[in-house]
Design a protein around this ligand. Structure first.
Ligand code: AMP
Ligand code: TRP
Length: 353
């Protein structure tokens, strides 16, 4: 029997080449070797505010991105998280064994809860508003905003439920998700110890270079869907001119030589993107640009990205919403029996009649 893999992406923000190189590209390579389940995690997306119409659009868009990247619905199951209610049901069960301290340690929670803004409203004695101020993470002085929703705090329990429902053995994700997978392992072991062998202990599967693609405008932070500047990322739906413009504006380090070292983080990141998309080792890229300057390298990098994006976008645009919804429905029917069987086992073990 093949090993099982599970992974997912949230239908929020703009999917970028970091998502592709850090996660989705890896899935395409794994689908032949593993029993694969790929999910559009809409219930995770709503842990931060989403416009309903936009959420619907993005959910279909993420599924199209999976398909355009080469995920084959004949080989894998692709489905929408909220179509399988067992995900939320198991989350509740896990909530009863997860500790506040487990969740408080999560760096993604700390980052996201700081980033969310708080509104300060000052009223006079008559109750009239005299000042309204939106306080961003910076104004809050890096303190955690206490007004964030419980869902954001509990996000890792839902992610653990996603993984554990399907006896997942490998979870291919970018480096930023490692802490969540580690917590999933702890929860699985804790449950098994208390109620008997129920869950497989999953492992993370990461590709080294793709682990963390950094922002084009700031190589100290990861390329991010929710970045405030569009110059942070190359979107998977960006057109050729946008790509050329963004790469031209991408920050580089001082100097002029093409080098692959940690003290040139901006350049290192661009070389990583080049080498992953052009199937070359970073050293080969460096060798190719020996004696050439940043401008030559950047011009070619833009073309390498465009060469990848063009067929990708062609496939993406050829998919109709109805076709994709059909695939997602079929995917849910494929995984439903597994989710139901696991939930039944969990309930029995715990004494829920
Ligand atoms: P998210 O954008 O947080 O929904 O992430 C979706 C997937 O893409 C996860 O597996 C992440 O680890 C991966 N990912 C997100 N941003 C990056 C990045 N900048 N570099 C590499 N992988 C990333
Ligand atoms: N938390 C992941 C992210 O932000 C998305 C995700 C949700 C996921 N459930 C998952 C990834 C289960 C892997 C397995 O990228």
């Amino acid at each position: 029997m093949n090993k099982k893999i599970f992974s997912g992406v949230q239908p929020s923000g703009n999917l970028h080449i970091g998502n592709y190189l850090g996660a989705i590209k890896n899935w395409v390579e794994l689908q032949d070797k593993y029993d694969s389940v790929f999910c559009v995690v809409d219930l995770h997306a709503i842990t931060t505010p989403q416009d309903p119409e936009e959420l619907r659009k993005k959910t279909i868009e993420v599924a199209k991105i999976y398909l355009a990247a080469g995920i084959d619905p004949e080989k894998c199951a692709i489905f929408i998280q909220s179509h399988i209610p067992e995900h939320t049901e198991l989350t509740w069960i896990l909530n009863t064994i997860i500790r506040m301290s487990d969740l408080s340690r999560m760096t993604q929670f700390k980052d996201k809860s700081r980033a969310i803004s708080a509104k300060a409203v000052h009223k006079n004695s008559k109750g009239e508003i005299i000042e309204e101020k939106v306080m961003t993470g910076e104004l809050l002085g890096g303190r955690t905003n206490k007004n964030i929703n419980v869902g954001l705090f509990d996000y890792p329990a839902l992610m653990a439920a996603d993984i554990l429902l399907y006896d997942t053995e490998v979870v291919p994700v970018g480096e930023d998700q490692l802490q969540h997978i580690e917590l999933t392992r702890v929860l699985a072991k804790r449950f098994n110890q208390k109620f008997g062998e129920t869950f497989k202990i999953p492992e993370a599967g990461v590709v080294k270079e793709g682990m963390r693609i950094m922002g084009l405008d700031d190589p100290t932070k990861k390329m991010s869907k929710s970045a405030t500047s569009e110059y942070n990322y190359i979107g998977l739906t960006d057109d050729a001119d946008t790509v050329r413009n963004k790469i031209k504006k991408a920050v580089t380090d001082s100097g002029s030589e093409i080098k692959y070292t940690d003290d040139k983080p901006a350049l290192k990141n661009l070389i990583n993107i080049y080498s992953l998309l052009d199937d070359k080792k970073p050293e080969e890229v460096v060798e190719k640009y020996k004696g050439k300057g940043y401008a030559d390298f950047k011009n070619d990098l833009a073309e390498v990205i465009i060469k990848f994006l063009e067929p990708f976008q062609e496939k993406f645009n050829s998919l109709s919403d109805d076709e994709v919804l059909g695939i997602l429905k079929k995917g849910a029917e494929k995984v439903r029996p597994m989710a139901e069987a696991k939930m039944k086992e969990v309930k029995e073990k715990m004494g829920l009649i």
